[in-house]
Design a protein around this ligand. Structure first.
Ligand code: GDP
Length: 300
């Protein structure tokens, strides 16, 4: 909880302070108070539609006298936000039989390599045997970078040379992970090719190669998004979702933005659950996304 609170400092500073001021200085509720509240929530990057819905619910509760003072609004918002997130399955879906295969996708620069290392380290701390596949063979430094992370955290890696066929890397990694009794295989993929179409085709091909070995794999397709890019992250999610069935979002760099509120609307806007959040540059700056804890910390 301390780590989350620290990671959300920027977001809390902006969103929470305004909300707190509003709740402590406003006395009764009226239409102008609701308007002001709507402005504050929209400024919190939750997304316009979710905010309008929330305001409508508050207005109804006020008319029905379920809410009579502004001091009750904070708890009301917390409950609503939590309810909205509870319908999403935020745990990793593990395979019944080893290995669980997690394919990781995302455009260059979002924090994909770092997030993969964090995820590997997180799972290793849970006692799992983890292997990584260096499938981003297109970008010159990607294989080396992942290799450096693996040495740092002590994870196994399957890699070929830069420029080699990423599908072959995935195939070798599948074989190796089965042979060595690995619990979780994390497969990195390219974050940029010459064209968008090529990238999507490549991801589909890698998925097919994985399925050749284990038909119900990959068990997760995690999309890494950069929280600091706000709405841009949401359009990336839609783009990837069309090509490969993304099963979860890893939202990186949440510590680097005051727009942390986007997490709250993201599941609904993308129809993909947020499963992990990145809160810094180190291997242990990762948290499993816990809706209740997140909302409580934000609106403490
Ligand atoms: P990739 O190109 O998507 O593989 O991105 P990298 O993993 O190389 O990360 C790009 C930059 O973002 C690096 O400087 C990372 O240290 C930084 N980064 C990644 N995740 C986080 C995070 O959760 N918080 C912060 N503050 N920086 C991050």
């Amino acid at each position: 909880p301390g780590k989350l609170k620290k990671g959300l400092e920027k977001t809390r500073g902006r969103f929470w302070l305004r909300l707190k001021d509003f709740l402590s200085f406003r006395q009764g509720i009226d239409e102008s108070a609701l308007e002001e509240l709507e402005d504050i929530l929209i400024g919190a990057d939750i997304g316009v539609r979710p905010v309008q819905k929330l305001i409508e619910e508050i207005r109804e509760a006020w008319k029905e006298k379920a809410i009579t003072e502004t001091s009750q609004i904070n708890d009301f918002i917390k409950d609503r936000l939590k309810d909205g997130l509870h319908s999403w399955q935020t745990d990793i879906q593990y395979a019944d039989k080893r290995p669980t295969v997690i394919m990781v996708v995302g455009v260059n620069g979002v924090g994909k390599t770092t997030s993969i290392a964090k995820l590997a380290s997180f799972l290793m701390k849970e006692g799992k045997k983890v292997m990584l596949a260096a499938g981003d063979t297109f970008r010159a430094a990607a294989v080396d970078q992942l290799d450096i992370w693996c040495k740092r955290i002590g994870a196994d890696i399957v890699k070929h040379q830069t420029g080699s066929d990423p599908a072959a890397v995935a195939y070798d990694a599948m074989e190796a992970s089965i042979a060595r009794g690995v619990d979780v295989l994390i497969v990195d993929t390219a974050g940029r090719l010459h064209t968008h179409d090529n990238l999507m085709k490549e991801l589909i091909k890698i998925k097919r190669v994985i399925k050749k070995k284990i038909p119900d794999a990959p068990h997760e397709v995690l999309l890494v998004l950069d929280a600091t890019t706000g709405q841009n992250a949401i359009s990336q999610a839609r783009m990837f979702r069309e090509a490969v069935d993304v099963t979860g979002i890893f939202l990186a760099k949440l510590d680097g933005t005051a727009k942390g509120g986007i997490v709250l609307g993201m599941c609904n806007e993308t129809e993909i659950p947020v499963k992990f959040i990145g809160l810094g540059e180190q291997a242990d700056d990762i948290e499993r996304f816990n809706p209740d804890l997140f909302v409580e910390t934000l609106l403490e």
